[in-house]
Design a protein around this ligand. Structure first.
Ligand code: AHR
Length: 305
């Protein structure tokens, strides 16, 4: 799909039609849906033709999508990878076909891609941990924590877990009672939290959920159990969706670390620059904040997703 050549061999100055193949990992959460929407809207606004494939949590389907993009000779491939490992062979295939790859949101254990656009997921875990340390100043231990982790092997689950543990567990008051994967979904969050409550009753003081959807599911389980989320159990989650901020405004969540899903404009800019022959930094990090009860109501009203 490259532009017409001038007789000198130089590409024509006119902007050529760009085709981007994007492999989205799924539609497990409000964050993910906002991310997909952002990419579709931004592509339209940038005049970039988007081939969008949703892999519904299957790495195998992501490979198939990438292979179809290669056979359709797209200009650029972007991948939001479901898990971190296993990408080297397919990235090699794209490289051999001469198609540059941009990684979006989650990381891959490989190096032959152009850039990774997305949040610092380890830093998000650290921010969650710092909030908890501040919240618990002067409180004697033991302080029991339960953790709802995201998809096993995915970067946000690995990095948010490590960032939180590295920040909090040096303080001997804190004890992790349970830590289980709940796949970033509301349904699993509710189910796993129910099993935590059956096992530990009211013994737990803190829930750290790796995303808002799991926290919202857990809140349903906590209320059904007869405890008050945000009061009997301190709740910290990650993302910053409207539903979570509303729940925080009602006092049911104590802090939400922001993870920005609106990566579409950054991605389209990177695609355009790449096709113009510019060099991109290996890492493009999106700036983010932490929401607490103080600003929740205002933020919830402003939220687009
Ligand atoms: O990779 C980003 C994470 O994936 C978001 O925090 C979560 O909501 C999503 O499913």
């Amino acid at each position: 799909t490259s532009g017409p050549e001038l007789s000198s061999g130089e590409p024509a100055a006119t902007k050529h039609h760009i085709v981007l193949g994007f492999s989205q990992l799924g539609s497990e959460s409000d964050w993910r849906n906002a991310n997909s929407q952002s990419i579709k809207t931004a592509a339209k606004e940038a005049g970039i033709e988007l081939l969008f494939e949703n892999a519904e949590q299957s790495q195998e389907k992501q490979f198939e999508a990438v292979r179809s993009f290669i056979s359709r000779k797209v200009d650029v491939i972007a991948i939001a990878p479901v898990i971190q490992t296993g990408w080297v062979p397919i990235l090699n295939e794209a490289e051999e076909a001469g198609i540059p790859v941009i990684i979006v949101d989650r990381a891959v254990d490989a190096s032959n891609y152009v850039t990774l656009i997305g949040s610092d997921l380890y830093e998000e875990g650290k921010k969650a941990g710092k909030f908890l340390l501040d919240k618990m100043v002067g409180r004697p231990g033991p302080i029991g924590i339960v953790e709802l982790k995201g998809t096993e092997g995915s970067t946000p689950s690995i990095d948010r877990g490590r960032g939180f543990a590295d920040t909090v567990l040096g303080d001997k008051r804190f004890k992790v009672l349970e830590s289980e994967h709940a796949d970033f979904t509301l349904e699993q969050g509710e189910k796993v939290m129910r099993s935590f409550l059956q096992e530990h009753g009211g013994e737990m003081d803190v829930l750290y959920a790796h995303n808002d959807d799991m926290a919202l599911g857990a809140i349903e389980a906590i209320e059904a159990y007869g405890l008050r989320p945000g009061k009997d159990i301190v709740i910290i989650s990650v993302d910053g969706t409207r539903r979570a901020l509303k729940s925080m405004a009602e006092g049911k969540i104590n802090a939400v670390v922001e993870c920005n899903p609106l990566l579409g404009p950054n991605l389209m800019q990177a695609v355009r620059e790449l096709t113009e022959g510019r060099t991109l930094p290996k890492r493009i990090v999106t700036p983010e904040t932490v929401f607490t009860e103080v600003t929740a109501e205002l933020e919830a009203d402003n939220r687009k997703y």
